[in-house]
Write a protein that binds this ligand. Structure first.
Ligand code: NAX
Length: 328
């Protein structure tokens, strides 16, 4: 073994393992990018029965990559087996919107996936389980999974806003000709939908206020819609939805959650009522990670401009919650 004997192996479950996001995500996990390069990992791949062959092929390629930290791979269509002893779970597999389906149909169909998976997490996962929901509609899928797992604190379920957060940094970095690592205090509030609010009110770059460097019209007319619609832009140009960037952002999120970071991040976590957002919905908030838990950055002053956008997201998420009320 190339890793210290005294570091315990972490079990990581990935659903939708034969899909395009997982094809990038699994390699980054196996490379030690979540738990660190001294921690062995065991992968547990969950797929639907008809995609188990694809998952088997992915597992073969993972083995062929000869990762020093990779200990074992399980491939299964049984959620109880997939989440058995899991320390971290990436819920990537989801049902895309079918032809003629309304958003309510999408929510209900995904509820049928995320409810049973939440229960399987409740019944089988390790006590320190952390769950990141990537599959869309991510925020409400996280709510459904969490509701089905009464023994797991709701704060152990997150939905991914980190891709939106990274997209916001990338747009600013390009506009201002600066490096992405120079930016701080960016937040994407709300829902992982086009209603989301990428907010630069508090953002700094190399100690300067970003709002002093860009004009308000660019911020409102270009930046906000560009970030919010970036997923559609990628589909138009690439011909497929974002995959490697989604995987990379999922790694960023889980790594920061596990290892901690003082830098602001955007994570969709259960609302505690902070910033006047109704409790319980999973909403993108400004967060820092401390001792393995996300903490909301509290006490920020909110302008009317921000209030309207934050409220629009809260309303949308409450409407989604109403649409799946019978699953909660
Ligand atoms: P793919 O269609 O390539 O893969 C999805 C995989 O999930 C398939 O292999 C399918 O068999 C599997 N699956 C379906 N139902 C399952 C179930 N009940 N249990 C286990 N596996 C199941 O999609 P991909 O491009 O990988 O995207 C996956 C999800 O991520 C989609 O819902 C997509 O909308 C969502 N995204 C979320 C993003 C975010 O920022 N939160 C950004 C990227 C992405 O669009």
């Amino acid at each position: 073994m190339n890793s210290p004997q005294n570091v315990s192996t972490k079990k990581v479950t990935v659903t939708g393992a034969a899909g395009q996001i997982s094809y990038s995500l699994l390699w980054r996990i196996a490379n030690g990018e979540v738990f660190g390069t001294d921690t062995p990992v065991e992968l547990k791949l969950l797929e639907i029965p008809q995609a188990l062959g694809g998952a088997e092929g992915v597992a073969m390629e993972l083995l062929d990559s000869a990762f020093p930290l990779l200990r074992n791979i399980t491939i299964t269509a049984d959620a109880n087996e997939a989440f058995d002893g899991a320390n971290a779970a990436f819920l990537v597999g989801a049902k895309p919107r079918g032809k003629g389906e309304e958003r309510a149909d999408l929510l209900a169909n995904n509820g049928k996936i995320f409810g049973p998976q939440g229960k399987a997490i409740n019944d089988n996962a390790a006590d320190d389980i952390r769950v990141l929901v990537v599959g869309n509609p991510a925020n409400t899928n996280a709510l459904i999974a969490s509701a089905a797992a009464p023994d797991v604190p709701a704060s152990r379920f997150n939905a991914m806003m980190r891709l939106d957060h990274n997209r916001a940094i990338s747009q600013l970095a390009t506009k201002l000709g600066r490096g992405s690592a120079e930016f701080n205090n960016i937040v994407v509030w709300g829902n992982h939908s086009t209603t989301q609010f990428p907010d630069i009110t508090y953002a700094t770059v190399g100690g300067e206020k970003v709002t002093d460097l860009v004009d308000h019209d660019w911020y409102v007319e270009d930046f906000i819609p560009r970030v919010a619609n970036r997923g559609a832009e990628i589909i138009e140009v690439r011909g497929k939805s974002s995959a490697a960037s989604a995987a990379s952002s999922a790694i960023d999120h889980m790594r920061d959650w596990v290892q901690g970071t003082e830098a602001w991040s955007s994570a969709a976590i259960p609302s505690t009522g902070a910033y006047g957002i109704p409790e319980g919905i999973f909403v993108g908030l400004p967060t820092v990670s401390c001792n393995g838990e996300w903490e909301i950055v509290e006490g920020l002053e909110i302008s009317d401009f921000q209030r309207a956008r934050i409220d629009a997201n809260a309303q949308e998420l409450q409407a989604e919650r109403e649409a799946v009320r019978d699953l909660l």
